[in-house]
Write a protein that binds this ligand. Structure first.
Ligand code: G4P
Length: 531
């Protein structure tokens, strides 16, 4: 097969949701459809939300499971589908943001009773920023939930994205009878069924047909006709281009646990979702069908065996063809590397692969060569842009509790932050280390892993910072002046960029008005403006 036909076959996406909306359930059902697993329950819950934060065994287990389920690939209707898993726990939000740089589209799940929730909003901001195409699946229609029109309004208002229903529910909760597929003009009748994949589908070409009344009853049929008329009046016709540009999200309704609406979702996804898309780089936009191989690392995972400090770097292939045992440029380190054991992840089996194509995610064994965001290329060297760091929410100063082990501590914290467990900011004088995270849980993970994997002991002292701000300016002199004046609040990030650690919104505002030529950013990706 040519590279082009391999590219066209692939669909690489993530399922995102607020915890509990049904991400694990939907993922599992998709794998069932794809024949990648045989029984429900095979995908372990990749989440630790129901566990006490101090349950380290659970954290360890979670790490193990999430390696296995990080990428789930399966074939369906001639397409190779790569689902990239994202952690459910909000404390790992940064991990999810990074994973979103490696996908070409997402399926967003909304719980029909809860509507848009905090995490949904944040995840969608990242998708909007990257113009990622989104399909929305409104789940749990077998339960009492909100009026579909209200839900759609809320999606548009809060997520700031246009919507276009492609299916419409008949009733909800106790009165839920199924959905009408607007796209295929078919009625899918609901039957609660947690184990089998079976959907009764009746073709209803003409909504005025009395067949509709016979099947769902006169009242619900009349309501459906009325609601669909409203849908057609209110929402623009579905247009694939506005979906691909991330402006409009098609919406489906269903019940993942009952296998209902899942097949329809998957097939529509295969019809409209984008094949692997290129990425921006320091050498311009790189198309997937470029001759030379290139890719970037978006995730690094510590291996399970604490005696070996191997890690797995997850590489998204952007262009060309990746081949085993072939030398490629590790651009940041300016060296050539080859990989004897690259792995693919077919459902839960890891296996060594000889070649991989754009859209694929492969695991590379790493002994400390990679950092998140690293680029591998063949031939010319360039770097991919756009694995942003977001300002952490919680900041703590790292204190060494065992002076005999300071080397280990230094190495450990460096490696853990390369993995993206947390962000590290170094302050001078004294090389003081400020660790920043999105949630409290990472501090527990860091402490535990430093001790178990590096033999180092540490403590954390809370720092009252509001945000870490990256800075840009055309006035270098003013920036230098600012850095001198604020030394105690300036630190360097992992790439030696200066950041201003602002203690309060007020102090940030002051800094902004005193130094008008400096722009302060809450993310290291400067394309995104300050909130
Ligand atoms: P998450 O990964 O997004 O956190 O959600 P998950 O799939 O674990 O689903 C959260 C809960 O919602 C689970 O129940 C799951 O069974 C349930 N659920 C998922 N889809 C549907 C649906 O279509 N209808 C209904 N009624 N429930 C659904 P749980 O009690 O938290 O866990 P479990 O004991 O069932 O595993």
């Amino acid at each position: 097969m040519t590279n082009q036909s391999e590219i066209e076959k692939r669909r690489t996406f993530a399922i995102i949701s607020h915890p509990d909306a049904g991400k694990t359930t939907l993922t599992e059902k998709l794998l069932l459809f794809g024949g990648a697993i045989q029984t429900a329950g095979a995908v372990k819950n990749n989440k630790i939300k129901k566990t006490a934060t101090s349950d380290f065994m659970e954290i360890e287990k979670q790490r193990g499971i999430s390696v296995a389920t990080s990428v789930m690939a399966f074939n369906y209707l001639g397409k190779q589908i790569n689902i990239l898993d994202t952690p459910g726990h909000k404390d790992f939000a940064e991990d999810t943001y990074r994973t979103l740089t490696a996908v070409d589209s997402v399926i967003l799940i909304i719980d029909c009773a809860s509507g848009v929730e905090a995490q949904t909003k944040r995840l969608m901001e990242v998708c909007r920023m990257r113009k990622t195409p989104v399909i929305i699946f409104i789940n749990k229609m077998d339960r009492e939930g909100r009026d579909p029109f209200d839900l759609l309004d809320e999606l548009e208002d809060i997520l700031k994205i246009g919507v276009r229903p492609l299916s419409w529910p008949i009733g909800i909760g106790a009165t839920f009878q199924g959905v009408y597929n607007i796209y295929n003009k078919e009625l899918n009748l609901f039957a609660a069924n947690k184990t089998k994949i079976s959907e009764e589908v009746i073709s209803i070409e003409d909504l005025d047909s009395p067949d509709l009344d016979d099947v769902v009853g006169e009242g619900p049929a009349a309501e459906l006709r009325e609601e669909l008329e409203l849908v057609e009046g209110v929402y623009d016709q579905f247009d694939r281009d506005t979906y691909l540009s991330g402006e409009v999200a098609p919406v489906f309704f269903g019940s993942a646990i009952n296998n209902f609406g899942v097949k329809e979702l998957l097939e529509a996804f295969l019809d409209i979702s984008p094949a692997p898309i290129g990425r921006s780089s320091s050498a311009g936009f790189i198309e997937p069908d470029a001759d030379n191989f290139s890719g970037f690392v978006f995730k690094i995972h510590a291996n399970l065996d604490p005696k070996h400090r191997d890690r797995i770097a997850f590489l998204r292939i952007v262009s060309g063809k990746f081949e085993r045992n072939t030398f490629y440029n590790h651009v940041r380190q300016e060296k050539k590397m080859k990989f004897p054991n690259p792995t693919s992840f077919m459902a839960q089996d890891k296996s060594i692969i000889d070649e991989a194509y754009p859209g694929d995610v492969i695991g590379l064994y790493d002994t400390g060569n990679f950092k998140i965001g690293d680029t591998l290329t063949e031939g010319t060297t360039f770097t991919y842009k756009g694995i942003p760091s977001f300002s952490p929410e919680i900041f703590m100063e790292l204190e060494n509790k065992d002076p005999m082990k300071s080397k280990q501590l230094e190495k450990g914290i460096q490696q853990l932050t390369d993995e993206g467990v947390a962000q590290l900011f170094v302050q001078q004088p004294g090389n003081r280390k400020i660790v920043g995270t999105v949630g409290q849980l990472q501090f527990e993970v860091i402490k535990y892993r430093l001790e178990n994997e590096y033999g180092a002991k540490c403590d954390f002292t809370p720092k009252r910072y509001f945000k870490a701000c990256w800075m840009t300016t055309d006035n270098q002199e003013q920036l230098e002046q600012f850095i001198r004046a604020k030394t105690v609040h300036i630190a360097e990030d992992k790439d030696n960029n200066y950041v201003f650690l602002a203690e309060t919104p007020f102090l940030l505002q002051m800094a902004q008005s005193d130094y008008p030529d400096i722009t302060f950013h809450f993310t290291s990706d400067f394309k995104i403006e300050q909130e």
